[in-house]
Design a protein around this ligand. Structure first.
Ligand code: ADP
Ligand code: ZN
Length: 677
């Protein structure tokens, strides 16, 4: 039989689902129109789906029997590519780098309405309030120097390391103003925390700036997205997903507070918006600024190695001094209540009498981290997670901060029927209650995730602080970040020990960053600031560096530890989390998983080593994770650690491959994990 060859155009179509692209045939009449970045409608399973053209193959020869298995696309939905080419490249990079799929990356990158053919809400995007007009500012010599370096560069990555209150935001704004007709993305760690930065950008760029945040309605999301896509705005400001803003003429990306852990998404597509932004800057050959007062150890290391240009602001603006930091030793101090030393209360009273404001941080929400029966020692645990439940007094419930489920405590202990139930430990609700009892004349407000769930609640608190309707703002780490309240002269940590001893190689880094950021909120106006840190472990080495505002000293100490233990930046990590429903069966299965993993990663035949699996990495585990159960799934994990990211990936793939036939254990990969609990 003669070989029948047809030349039919094929395309690769990416759908916003957790999968790579699918191949389709292009009917002859659509061949002319089809281009990467266009939306098309294509048959999918038993229905139809909108996807994006990502690749064309005009020359594929297909035989008749092959043709039968491929379906044809039905129609083309756009005249012009909707997704710019560079953005498609970024989406594919993210899918591949994080060992996920391009489809899941697409789903994270583009509002879902775009695939539902929705038009978006008409008209202007409304803002919550008017921004004040911009102040006239003369840059300091340090600001000027940093800015000129940024302006004169054509491309490349910079670390802008400026102490708190040194005027980093001003540099971001000026750098954008110098872009000519090019556009900018500004990433902030959490939009809820950054009302003020939004105001400052609006004061300069008016309606040429759009904001991406979780509070947008689906319609607003599409409208913003289309404005960016159509070149109607200059700046996209937002959290993680703004890194995918569909600009066609991007000139600059800014990542404010680049050290923040919230740039990493913890569920679904586990990508870091910071690292995706760095990748985007390379794809587009543009400039990128990573800004922080407390850079991540990795970024500072890369700056030292010359991979990032280093720009430093050592002084606060207007020669304002850095605040004085005092460590309060709670083992010696006279305690006035569970939470407060006499000393801190005196400071708060004095500060009020002088007409200034204070911040008090405790990085734990709720009333108390657990209820305990003093007869038998029983504590309430979440039925679905291996986590003790936090008591919330306002709702009188025990809440799980992992899965958000809650239950009502009983009057008697469920175990021994005893009735002497005690609140153990501190949460933000409790320190608020205690302070209110001790100093009733203080006008208090609490800010944590529980008081900022409503749409404008965060903005109102910030406004009340600005208007000085609040004397003391208490809260979790939310209050430590980004705010610029000129009348705050005292910042305090109630119980620093919460953060000190977490079983994670980044815990000192986070603690240093958090306390330094909090300290940075004090003394930003004309009156100098003071910071008080209450702790039961005053000799902890982190406090010396916080007290002396000594980032570089802290870095030096930390980088040596990292080197010794070969943790990042001296290695790369990939974490594999195994989860299973039934504990006994799962643990048995994990034993055989371990055996298989040993086999594939330590080949008996030494020749195999040079083939594709080099033993230039280490495997820690598999072993039970610190949090053994979340949402009814038991968890084990392993960490791959090594300098060669290629062999790490390969090993991770082999591990997945080797357990493919095991049905009751699910494996989930996290590239560059931030959290090892
Ligand atoms: P950072 O982001 O480094 O903490 P900001 O950019 O928030 O600092 O600046 C702190 C405050 O100082 C802001 O109110 C800002 O308007 C103001 N500011 C910035 N640069 C200058 C300057 N050169 N002179 C006077 N004030 C300035
Ligand atoms: Zn739970």
């Amino acid at each position: 039989m003669p070989f029948l060859e047809l030349r039919v155009m094929q395309v690769n179509i990416l759908f916003p689902i957790n999968a790579e692209g699918f191949t389709y045939l292009v009917p002859g009449e659509l061949e002319e129109k089809i281009k990467p970045g266009l939306r098309v409608l294509a048959p999918f399973r038993s229905g139809k789906k909108v996807g994006i053209v990502v690749g064309l193959d005009k020359t594929t020869a297909i035989t008749q029997d092959k043709e039968i298995t491929l379906k044809s696309i039905e129609s083309v939905l756009d005249d012009e590519p909707l997704i710019p080419d560079n953005l498609l490249k970024l989406i594919q990079w993210v899918g591949q780098y994080y060992m996920s799929t391009s489809g899941l990356a697409l789903k994270n990158a583009v509002p879902s309405g775009i695939f539902e053919g929705k038009k978006g809400s008409k008209g202007r995007i409304t803002y919550d309030h008017e921004a004040a007009p911009a102040k006239k500012i003369n840059l300091t010599a340090e600001q000027q120097k940093a800015l000129s370096e940024i302006i004169s560069a054509v491309s490349g990555a910079f670390l802008l390391h400026g102490v708190t209150g040194s005027g980093k935001t001003e540099i971001y704004i000026r750098a954008i103003e110098e872009l000519g007709d090019k556009e900018a993305i500004v990433l902030v760690p959490e939009i809820a925390l950054t009302t003020q930065i939004v105001d400052r950008f609006r004061a300069r760029f008016q309606d040429k700036v759009v904001f991406f945040h979780s509070g947008l309605s689906p319609g607003e999301r599409i409208t913003s997205w289309r404005k960016i896509r159509n070149g109607e705005v200059k700046v996209a400001l937002g959290v993680r997903s703004a890194v995918f803003a569909p600009f066609k003429n991007l000139g600059l990306i800014i990542i404010d507070e680049e050290h923040e852990a919230s740039y990493k998404q913890f569920e679904g597509l586990k990508y870091s918006a910071r690292d995706a932004a760095l990748a985007r800057s390379k794809i587009e050959s543009i400039k990128i600024i990573l800004g922080s007062a407390t850079p991540s150890i990795e970024s500072f290391y890369h700056a030292k190695k010359g991979k990032l240009g280093y720009l430093e602001l050592t002084q606060r603006v207007e020669q304002r001094p850095m605040p004085r930091v005092e460590i309060i030793d709670m083992t010696r101090e006279e305690k006035e209540s569970l939470s407060y030393s006499r000393k801190l209360l005196d400071v708060l009273e004095k500060n009020l009498s002088e007409g200034h404001q204070s911040l008090i941080m405790l990085n734990r929400r709720g009333y108390s981290p657990f209820l305990m029966c003093t007869d038998c020692g029983y504590t309430y645990k979440c039925p679905a997670c291996s986590i003790t439940l936090t008591y919330h007094k306002d709702t009188k419930t025990l809440n799980c901060h992992y899965c958000n489920s809650f239950l009502k405590p009983q009057d008697a202990c469920p175990e021994c029927k005893g009735t002497k139930i005690k609140y153990i430990g501190l949460g933000t609700q409790r320190i608020e209650e205690e302070l209110h009892e001790l100093l009733p004349e203080l006008n208090l407000k609490r800010m944590d995730r529980d008081t900022t769930t409503k749409k404008l609640s965060h903005y109102r608190i910030v406004k009340d602080m600005e208007d000085k309707k609040i004397a003391v703002l208490l809260g979790t780490q939310m209050i430590a970040k980004g705010h610029d309240f000129p009348d705050v002269t005292v910042a305090a940590v109630v119980f620093a020990d919460v953060a000190l001893n977490l079983p994670d190689f980044r815990s000192s880094e986070r603690t240093f960053q958090l306390f330094t950021q909090l300290a940075g909120r004090a003394g930003r106006g004309d009156v100098s600031g003071a910071v008080y840190i209450q702790t039961y472990e005053p000799e902890h080495y982190v406090f010396d560096y916080v007290r002396n505002h000594d980032y570089k000293g802290f870095y030096q100490n930390e980088i040596e530890l990292r080197k010794e233990l070969s943790y990042p930046p001296f290695s790369k990590l990939i974490r594999v989390v195994f989860s299973f429903r039934n504990k006994e069966d799962g643990v048995r299965t994990m034993k055989s998983v371990s055996a298989r993993i040993k086999k594939i990663t330590r080949p008996r035949n030494p020749k195999l080593k040079t083939q594709n699996l080099k033993s230039d990495f280490e495997i820690l585990g598999p072993s039970p994770a610190s949090i053994e159960k979340i949402r009814n799934y038991w968890r084990w994990h392993l960490i791959l650690k090594g300098a060669n990211s290629k062999s790490l990936r390969l090993a991770a793939l082999k591990i997945l491959e080797s357990i493919k036939d095991i049905r009751d254990v699910k494996a989930d990969i996290d590239v560059d994990p931030i959290n090892l609990l």
